[in-house]
Design a protein around this ligand. Structure first.
Ligand code: ADP
Ligand code: TRP
Length: 323
């Protein structure tokens, strides 16, 4: 039986943080055997925020290095750069002719930006339609993401249903896939970890930078000798993502017993991050010395997705009367 399909992407916007890793990327790893996977670098999307060509190019390369370093296998996964598949723009246009303005006006990501006083470009407004095209072109069954992207997957479903109602059962209706325990990974201040809140831990940063990020985790002022509540502590909240059950219990008991300071917990957390990502961190540095290899991976990846994409686009074009 043919494998079900998985599609997901991340915008190239600098280093990935623990929220990206535990919210979205770890699912790509867990599912790469079971699903026919299409993972891409969402550089068309990133144009909404990154307007420096050098930086754009650098971030794209860096994201490929992250994807490969964490263990995505390019033999199993089609790993590609969105801009190498301009067919998504054609599908996006066709879908936009069936997308009510109201759906897009209700999207949180758009509303949040407006609330912050951004003057919106059409690209920002239309972003969920392009995302729908990303997902529908390879006919995804599932879309692994963090909770903040759930609404965009719902928009995708709405658009696909409208298309199918109008033109026949052509598009596959996808479902989001969210790891409940890591749906919203907390940042160093306890809010959702996000680049825009400047509260991230970047597991591929230099050891020095990583140490600084960990030491900056916000804690309360309970004195060292007193017992502490682990469930109210950001350090423990992040440690839980990486440690095994025994280690988590051990740290929990240390908090409860007293005589264990936040400084101790931060030290253990730093050591844990370095250990958890040790292999990936070495690979990441090696990959940056081997840009030709990464380019080769992207070229092979886009060839694989293009075959599937053309099939969908041929069906779509025929359905709308382009024959
Ligand atoms: P950021 O908010 O830092 O800009 P992105 O929006 O680029 O992150 O997110 C890329 C992927 O990582 C998405 O699938 C998103 O849902 C997931 N993600 C981002 N931050 C978190 C978080 N704090 N917890 C869980 N998932 C997250
Ligand atoms: N909107 C996603 C984000 O900001 C990135 C993205 C673009 C995506 N197209 C996608 C995610 C398709 C999953 C599927 O994180």
């Amino acid at each position: 039986m043919e494998k079900k399909r998985l599609v997901s992407g991340i915008q190239p916007s600098g280093m990935i943080h623990l929220g990206n890793y535990f919210g979205a990327m770890i699912q790509y790893l867990e599912l790469q055997e079971e699903y026919h996977s299409f993972i891409f670098i969402a550089n068309f999307h990133a144009l909404n925020t990154i307007r420096d060509p050098e930086i754009m190019n650098q971030y794209v390369t860096d994201l490929v290095a992250h994807y490969l370093a964490i263990g995505l296998d390019p033999e199993k996964v089609s790993l590609y750069r969105q801009s190498d598949l301009p067919e998504v723009c054609e599908l996006s246009w066709i879908l936009s002719t069936l997308t009510p303005m109201g759906i897009l006006e209700r999207c949180h990501s758009y509303k949040d930006k407006i609330a912050k006083g951004f003057s919106p470009d059409h690209g920002l407004f239309a972003y969920p339609v392009l995302m729908a095209a990303d997902i529908l072109l390879p006919k995804a069954n599932i879309v692994p993401v963090g909770k903040d992207q759930k609404q965009h997957v719902e928009v995708t479903r709405d658009i696909a249903l409208k298309f199918n109602n109008q033109y026949g059962e052509i598009l596959t209706i996808p479902e989001d896939r969210i790891n409940q325990s890591t749906a919203v990974v907390p940042g160093i201040d306890g809010q959702k970890m996000s680049k825009s809140y400047d509260n991230c831990i970047y597991p591929f940063a230099s050891e020095k930078a990583l140490k600084k990020q960990v030491m900056n985790i916000v804690t309360d002022s309970t004195p060292l000798e007193e017992p502490k509540d682990p469930d109210k502590c950001n350090v423990f909240g992040i440690y839980k993502l990486l440690a095994d059950q025994d280690e988590i219990e051990k740290m929990r008991n240390q908090y409860l017993a007293g005589g264990y300071g936040y400084g101790h917990a931060k030290k253990e957390l730093l050591a844990k991050i370095l250990d958890y990502f040790a292999v990936a961190r070495t690979r990441y540095l090696d990959l940056h010395q081997n840009k030709d290899y990464m380019e080769e991976v992207l070229q092979k990846g886009v060839e694989k997705v293009r075959t599937v994409a053309h099939k969908t686009l041929t069906e779509v074009r025929k359905a709308v009367g382009f024959y």
